[in-house]
Design a protein around this ligand. Structure first.
Ligand code: UDP
Length: 406
């Protein structure tokens, strides 16, 4: 296979990869894009990640890492706008993208889009560029509607996803489950889907001294359960609160809820009320958004990390917790079956009683810690980047012979 430098345009139109993690629309996908871009840059490729200008203070071009940069494009007002409104600016976005490319004399070998809005932007740009399109949906509108038993995700989204699933050259799914969902909900052809798991920053997420972390967060002598993530209904935080209220042992446990910003306030207030109604208000602490570089301390302080989600495309938080040596109780979503090996945690159903049972079992069994981190070291981002690089090169240089549509 040719060993050459690839020029990759990534599109993350609605959400900035360098945005504040833990806020309403900024989470796992943003981590994925920034880590993948940085690692592909290290492998010698050039990566330009395009996003919509959302803050007038941001420079047009931001350095992500060696060979990787982020480019803010003007499309609609410069400021936070709802992601569905971004759809109406995608034509402007692609015009701005093409103007930037021409003005800077850039050529790309392929376009890699993230989320359906960016998939649509890539669809608009392809007739001009005539390069292969790789997409990642990160979440699927049809699956969200199915698990929430509602139609919150508009037909515009589900039909756009359905069209993209059929038309783009390649889809990267984070799990075999997502691949199956793409086939079931959108009739995507299995031959077009590659399963490549997400990763974890093993240099950042490392085990630390639990006792010292407890002292620092003033939780000495307390058993601690931890939730980390965006604050939204599909994360299943209601079930976690009900589980905490139902614990048979460990009734003094406190729960740290990390994540949430101003836009998450209504949901946090609702959850605050729920915790009072359940009689656990004094044991639930809303910590707000925490910078990722400070998160290892939270994973260290926790005796158990709980991922109670109704839907998850992968579940980076579970991976980060295990990399820090903290066991996980997670619902059967995303990549949990791949992430949680025996002896590192429990996969449970959505019923709060099952979540409670998982927490109880972890807290009552010593000896969970020593080998937990080893179980996830294969998920380092360099490995993810190499798999994605392999997919790109197969598409570009082997093409039909590989069975990959080009
Ligand atoms: N995160 C963070 N600070 C917070 C909350 C979350 O840095 O206050 C990060 C967390 O480390 C993880 C990501 O946001 O990398 C959430 O990813 P996950 O796959 O768990 O959930 P998603 O956002 O994709 O639903």
């Amino acid at each position: 296979m040719p060993d050459m430098q690839l020029r990759i345009a990534m599109i993350s139109a609605h959400s900035c990869p360098m945005g504040d993690l833990g806020s309403r629309d900024t989470g796992g996908m943003n981590v994925y894009i920034r880590e993948l871009a940085a690692q592909l840059g290290r492998l010698g490729h050039t990566i330009d990640v395009y996003t919509r200008a959302h803050d007038a203070r941001d420079p047009e071009v931001v350095h992500i890492g060696e060979g990787a940069r982020l480019i803010h494009l003007r499309a609609g007002e410069v400021g936070a706008i709802h992601k569905l409104v971004v759809y109406s600016y995608l034509a402007d976005f692609t015009c701005a993208l093409e103007s930037f490319r021409k003005a800077n004399d850039l050529e790309y070998d392929l376009v890699h889009s993230h989320y359906w809005l960016s998939g649509w932007a890539a669809h608009l740009i392809r007739p001009w560029w005539r390069v292969p399109h790789v997409t990642m949906f990160h979440t699927l509108g049809a699956v969200k509607n199915a698990v929430a038993a509602c139609d919150d995700e508009p037909e515009l989204r589900t039909e756009t996803e359905r069209g993209l699933a059929k038309e783009c050259n390649r889809i990267i799914a984070a799990t075999a489950r997502e691949k199956q969902q793409l086939e079931d909900y959108y009739e995507a052809s299995p031959g077009r889907i590659s399963v490549i798991p997400c990763g974890v920053n093993l240099d950042l997420f490392m085990p630390a001294n639990k006792q010292a972390a407890k002292t620092q967060l003033e939780l000495n002598g307390r058993r601690v359960a931890l939730y980390v993530g965006r604050i939204e209904r599909l994360k299943g935080i209601d079930h976690l609160f009900q589980a905490i209220a139902q614990l048979r042992g460990n009734r003094d446990i406190c729960l740290l809820v990390v994540g949430g910003d101003d836009q998450s306030q209504p949901e946090m207030q609702r959850l605050g009320k729920l915790s009072e109604q359940l009689g656990i208000g004094d044991r639930v602490h809303f910590c707000g958004r925490v910078k990722q570089e400070d998160l290892p301390q939270y994973y260290a302080v926790a005796d158990v990390c709980v991922v109670p989600s109704l839907y998850e495309s992968f579940g980076l938080v579970a991976l980060e917790s295990l990399a820090c040596g903290t066991p996980v109780v997670a619902t059967r979503v995303g990549g949990m079956e791949d992430i949680i090996a025996p002896g590192t945690g429990y996969i449970v159903g959505h019923d709060p009683a099952e979540i409670a049972d998982g927490i109880d079992r972890i807290l009552s069994s010593p000896g969970f810690e020593p080998s937990i981190r080893d179980s996830v070291t294969r998920f380092g981002w360099p490995n993810v980047a190499r798999s994605v690089e392999q997919l790109y090169t197969q598409m570009l240089f082997i093409g039909p012979a590989s069975g990959l549509p080009v």
